[in-house]
Design a protein around this ligand. Structure first.
Ligand code: ZN
Length: 828
């Protein structure tokens, strides 16, 4: 270890500080001011932790792979391992003749030797970049090759899987062209490689020009894969990681507290090229679903703001959550709507140009957008970035004259008020200290917007030509459609109607006409608003179920997806034993006719949206409604799938899950046998997920033990013990929940070692699947004694509290609503 400065070379001593993951280099004499050169000879060992430079294995082959974000480059090589220290990198790999090496740079030379069975690969010098973006993957990889706008693009993987990369390659070619058009800076790195590796802890990683990912996020057979999985590959993996080449790689956040500048931007951008490529996927609806999930997390009392103070590696690890990704993305979407897309795009390009090959902060971004737009975008962004929580905009329907009563046009004027929404009713009903600058758009007679930056504000919805010039009061009486306060669903806020008679009247009218008055994204947001009001006892659960009835003819896949999720949640948590049968009967009455209408079995010309809708309905009917036909259809589909017959990909997962819920040891063995020889990475995953749905305690015990065995890769243990955005996993299964929690506690050390560090938070968070105070106390006591993923533990405890609060407030209302329904004429 030598340091040279001012022409003199000195040997340094090294003192490591493992708690800070740093070493201090000390030389005997002071260094001369100015540049110095440190020469460090070091060696390392490939670890088995999927962090740093690690070993991945498959079919007896060995792969050496890197994963450095956020603070693991230092595990592989000494560096100033913080994002603000950018450098160029020269990498050379000496590897066995049977292997290839893929890295950030192109190949400058590839020569035989130095050993008899070795070759030496030297890469071109990289662009100036942060240490966490360095990548190297070595092993027996094969690649598909393509190009776009003259940039070579490859998708590489193990010899068995790489050919399933065709779909990802097509997506990448489209995305490359789109981004080259959108950004004024063309893709700057000369080539782009995607590498799917057998073991990977995160989803995918945006290393400069060398994106490394899980196989499930890169390889799929378009003929046999679930369309939702293909979308996920195109948008959440390919387009997201490629957007990072600009947001993150070219311009990098100064420090991790601004991680949203990477993740929020890459998420926001990722929808655009795929919406253009595959308009029939309706991705704009999935974007609103993602926003509604972010809002759910943002409704917790202790949630962090987008801009979050972090210092230690453990704190940095914990912030990569839906707030940084989806909330930040939704906020950008809202501001883009406020400035107009072209102005926003100019602002984004100005920001990228100014900070290219360098670093930036939140302030740098909002200054750039405010400068270009000449609108108070800085106030909007700073209010959303620095304050936690989701705003609640309450709409009071005004009257132009006299006493308010339902009838002809009384909603010309909307009085708006804002406060923070939270599931914590004490906090919700107290003073709100937060104040946002919210671009609010409402639609009714017409669509109008305002910037709500005070506690209260007004919005007029009468077409301007009807307003007399001297006065803002409308002179003409109109028959108004009921107004909705989040037009286009572009706003990152919840809306509620006032609790007075007029407000409730308009709520009922809007609910009854939602299908025609609102677009699918607006219907998703409206459902989300109503469910949020139910959760804090501001609407009755009967209002939500009546809304579900009003929407029974809705055939939008994403709208029904949200509705189905909430209907399953109600079935799982809010029913007493006495209500179970009535709820199931009601649910069958609601959804069976929908299935009859769209057909229980796929027809040759069904589009992907309809096929996905069918799959979701099958799950709700089979699991929550215990519908005999759904169960028997599911059994048939599961058997055909397990016999190797080709089955519609949208039905396999729900059918396997429903069959498992009602299944025996024979089925368990058939599914686990399939796990040994899956057809593709996503085929593996859907069979793995299905085994968590068994109800038989003996089988659940086998699932829990299986998860810790070497048969399940560490990267996949999450799908069993955790609860990722969908509601699967042993803790999501009411029949398995208690048993699973006992097992996890008893085997905590093994579970903690098994799941990756990045996934540990998801497992801890999944314990929030309980809904009673006793379990809450157990969860709290356990994670106090075994500290792990502190934020996730806090979230879990809050989730349990709010669920049991919801149960207490709505249980009897639900029972009486179901009772009334039970007596009513069917179909009423
Ligand atoms: Zn990302």
């Amino acid at each position: 270890m030598e340091i040279t400065s001012g022409g003199a070379t000195q040997t340094a001593t090294i003192v490591p500080d493992s708690s800070r993951e740093q070493v201090t280099l000390t030389v005997p004499k002071p260094l001369v001011a100015g540049p110095a050169k440190a020469h460090i000879l070091y060696s390392g060992r490939l670890n088995d932790q999927m962090r740093g430079f690690y070993l991945s294995t498959e079919n007896g082959r060995k792969y050496a792979v890197t994963q450095f974000e956020a603070t693991d480059a230092r595990r592989a090589y000494p560096s100033f391992d913080e994002p603000a220290y950018k450098a160029t990198f020269d990498i050379t790999a000496v590897i066995p003749n049977s292997d290839v090496a893929i890295s950030n740079g192109g190949i400058a030379s590839d020569a035989p030797g130095p050993g008899p069975d070795e070759h030496t690969v030297t890469f071109t010098t990289t662009a100036k970049m942060s240490s966490y973006l360095v990548a190297l993957a070595i092993g027996e990889f094969k690649c598909l090759e393509g190009s776009s706008d003259g940039i070579p693009i490859r998708v590489c993987g193990t010899p068995e899987k790489y050919e399933l990369g065709r779909f990802a390659l097509d997506a990448a070619r489209h995305v490359m062209h789109f981004y080259n058009q959108y950004f004024t800076i063309k893709y700057p790195y000369g080539k782009l490689d995607f590498v799917g590796v057998p073991d990977f802890s995160a989803g995918a990683m945006e290393n400069t020009a060398c994106i490394i990912s899980r196989e499930q996020l890169l390889f799929a057979d378009p003929e046999r894969s679930n369309p939702l999985q293909l979308r996920h590959i195109a948008q959440a993996a390919v387009a997201h990681e490629m957007a990072h080449q600009w947001f993150g790689d070219l311009v990098t956040m100064q420090w991790w507290n601004d991680a949203w500048l990477n993740e929020g931007f890459a998420t926001w951008m990722s929808y655009k090229p795929i919406e253009q490529w595959k308009p029939e996927w309706n991705l704009e609806q999935d974007e609103v679903l993602a926003t509604s999930r972010a809002m759910a997390r943002d409704s917790l009392r202790s949630v962090h703001p987008i801009l979050v103070q972090v210092e230690t590696p453990a704190q940095i690890e914990e912030i990569f959550d839906s707030i940084i990704y989806s909330k930040a993305s939704a906020m950008l979407h809202m501001v883009e709507g406020y400035t107009g897309p072209e102005v926003f795009r100019n602002g984004v390009n100005a920001y990228l140009k100014k900070h290219a090959y360098s670093n930036a902060t939140s302030q740098d971004f909002w200054k750039a957008i405010a400068g270009v737009s000449e609108k108070p975008v800085d106030r909007i962004l700073s209010s959303f970035v620095t304050q936690p929580g989701v705003p609640l905009v309450t709409v009071h329907y005004g009257c132009s004259s006299g006493v308010c009563s339902p009838g002809p046009c009384k909603n010309e004027q909307l009085s708006l008020s804002q406060r923070r929404y939270t599931y914590d009713r004490k906090l919700l009903n107290g003073e709100s200290s937060e104040l946002w600058a919210i671009p609010v758009c409402a639609k009714g007679n017409s669509q109008e917007c305002t910037l709500l930056d005070k506690r209260n504000g007004d919005l007029w919805l009468v077409p301007p030509q009807l307003l007399p010039s001297q006065s803002r009061a409308p002179a003409v009486s109109l028959v108004c459609p009921p107004a909705y306060g989040n037009a286009g669903a572009h706003g990152y806020y919840r809306t509620a109607v006032s609790s007075d008679i007029l407000g409730q009247q308009y709520f009922r009218e809007l609910a009854a006409s939602a299908e025609t008055a609102l677009t699918p994204p607006e219907r998703i947001m409206f459902l989300n608003d109503v469910w949020a009001a139910v959760r804090v006892d501001r609407q009755d659960i009967g209002d939500f179920l009546s809304l579900a009835e009003a929407m029974r003819n809705d055939r939008s896949r994403a709208v029904m997806q949200l509705l189905n999720t909430e209907l399953r949640y109600i079935g799982d948590y809010l029913l007493t034993d006495a209500d179970q049968a009535q709820y199931r009967a009601w649910l069958r009455g609601l959804l069976d006719p929908v299935m009859d209408d769209i057909g229980w079995n796929p027809a040759p010309n069904d589009n992907e949206e309809l096929r996905s809708l069918r799959g979701d309905l099958l799950l709700t009917l089979g699991i929550t409604a215990e519908d005999p036909r759904a169960i028997s259809e599911s059994r048939t589909i599961a058997q055909e799938d397990l016999q190797g017959k080709s089955v519609d990909a949208t039905l396999v997962t729900p059918a396997l899950r429903v069959a498992a819920r009602n299944g025996d040891a024979g089925l368990f063995e058939a599914i686990t046998a399939r796990l040994k020889s899956p057809r593709s990475p996503d085929d593996y995953l859907r069979h793995l997920v299905a085994i968590t749905d068994f109800a038989d305690p003996a089988l659940i015990q086998r699932v829990l033990e299986f998860g810790l065995s070497p048969q399940v890769r560490n990267q996949d243990a999450l799908y069993l013990y955790g609860r990722t955005p969908a509601d699967f996993g042993v803790l999501g299964n009411p029949a398995a929940r208690k048993l699973a929690w006992n097992f996890i506690r008893e085997h905590w050390q093994q579970v903690e070692t098994k799941v990756t560090r990045a996934d540990l938070g998801f497992v801890v968070e999944a314990t929030g699947a309980f809904c009673d105070p006793t379990s809450r106390d157990q969860v709290r006591a356990f994670f106090t004694e075994h500290p792990a993923a502190e934020r996730a533990a806090q979230d879990a405890i809050e989730q349990i509290d709010y669920c049991s609060d919801l149960k207490t407030q709505q249980e009897s209302k639900l029972a009486s609503w179901l009772g009334r329904k039970g007596k009513a004429v069917p179909g009423d």
